[in-house]
Design a protein around this ligand. Structure first.
Ligand code: AMP
Length: 283
């Protein structure tokens, strides 16, 4: 696996590969890789001649300095995992390389970046949109792979790519979970053993609420029991919402199950976790 740290060498690598008409799949990450990231890599490898991964902890998408400082960084292990799993190139730029000057570009996504994660993490999606635009510009992949776990991010990036007419196909890959149901996340590295058990409440709550909504309940009537579940697990619920899968418009009940999903965010100790589930997903 080639490791490229600057934009010009990354672009030169891409140019050389494209000259031989090979297709490129791209998997952007912030590192501290786990099986969820590696599943994106496997999915890309199965559909493209070459796969590029990136590792960049993007300061622009952190609205909390503590969260940025504490974000796990495990580069040597990550590079070994990517090599083992057949990644062709790793883009690993410094912050200075990606932000030679502070960016003043901001993109307004309307309601979409003000609800759910956007409400609790102001500026987060603007930072995501900025870095993904830069990465798509540098790597110019045929396909880019994102996880369903960060579903709102996927909808934001789909909007960005459509609006700015990037020539790339986006693929949303289902969430990989532990056997306990806990969605794999780099942030899980910050959980103690006990907190890992507490954290399964996100998945348990999603499954329970899904079942009740599918039996015709209104979300607002279920929320008190959801709050009790989180409190009993020692977790702090930020939101649990029902939304339209297409545009994340908030709903209060299920009309067409295939079109709906649940999204949740909660603190387990100091660690903020998110998860989601489609109403018709076979989890
Ligand atoms: P991150 O490094 O957390 O920015 O994640 C990089 C990519 O991996 C994003 O597209 C995430 O949605 C995806 N991802 C993170 N966790 C999982 C998971 N458990 N299953 C599948 N994809 C994931």
């Amino acid at each position: 696996m080639q490791i490229l740290r600057d934009i010009s060498s990354m672009k030169a690598w891409v140019k050389a590969q494209k000259a031989t008409s090979r297709t490129i799949g791209f998997v952007p990450t912030m590192g501290a890789l786990h099986e969820g990231h590696l599943h994106l890599l496997d999915t890309s490898r199965s559909k493209n001649d070459l796969t590029v991964c990136s590792i960049f902890v993007n300061p622009a998408q952190f609205n909390n300095a503590q969260d940025l400082a504490k974000y796990p960084r495990t580069f040597d292990k990550d590079a070994a995992l990517l090599t083992q799993r057949g990644c062709d190139a790793l883009f690993y730029p410094s912050t200075g390389e990606m932000y030679p000057e502070p960016s003043s570009v901001s993109i307004d996504f309307g309601e979409l970046d003000k609800i759910l994660e956007g409400k609790f993490r102001p500026g987060h999606f603007n930072g995501v949109a900025l870095v993904v635009s830069k990465l798509l510009h540098i790597i110019a992949p045929d396909r880019a792979y994102f996880g369903q776990k960060d579903y709102q991010q996927f909808v934001i990036i789909s909007t960005l790519v459509r609006n700015l007419q990037f020539d790339v196909q986006l693929i949303c890959v289902p969430t990989i979970r532990e056997s306990s149901g806990l969605a794999l996340s780099s942030r899980n590295l910050r959980l103690s053993e006990e907190e890992r058990t507490q954290a399964t409440v996100l998945y348990q709550a999603l499954k329970r609420v899904r079942q009740e909504l599918l039996s015709g309940a209104m979300l607002q009537n279920i929320l008190p029991e959801v709050e009790t579940m989180f409190a009993a697990a020692g977790a702090q619920l930020e939101y649990l919402a029902l939304a339209d899968r297409k545009n994340l418009a908030i709903l209060d009940r299920v009309t067409v199950p295939e079109e709906c999903m649940l999204l949740v965010a909660a603190y387990i100790g100091e660690v903020r976790l998110i998860d989601n589930m489609f109403l018709t997903q076979g989890d």
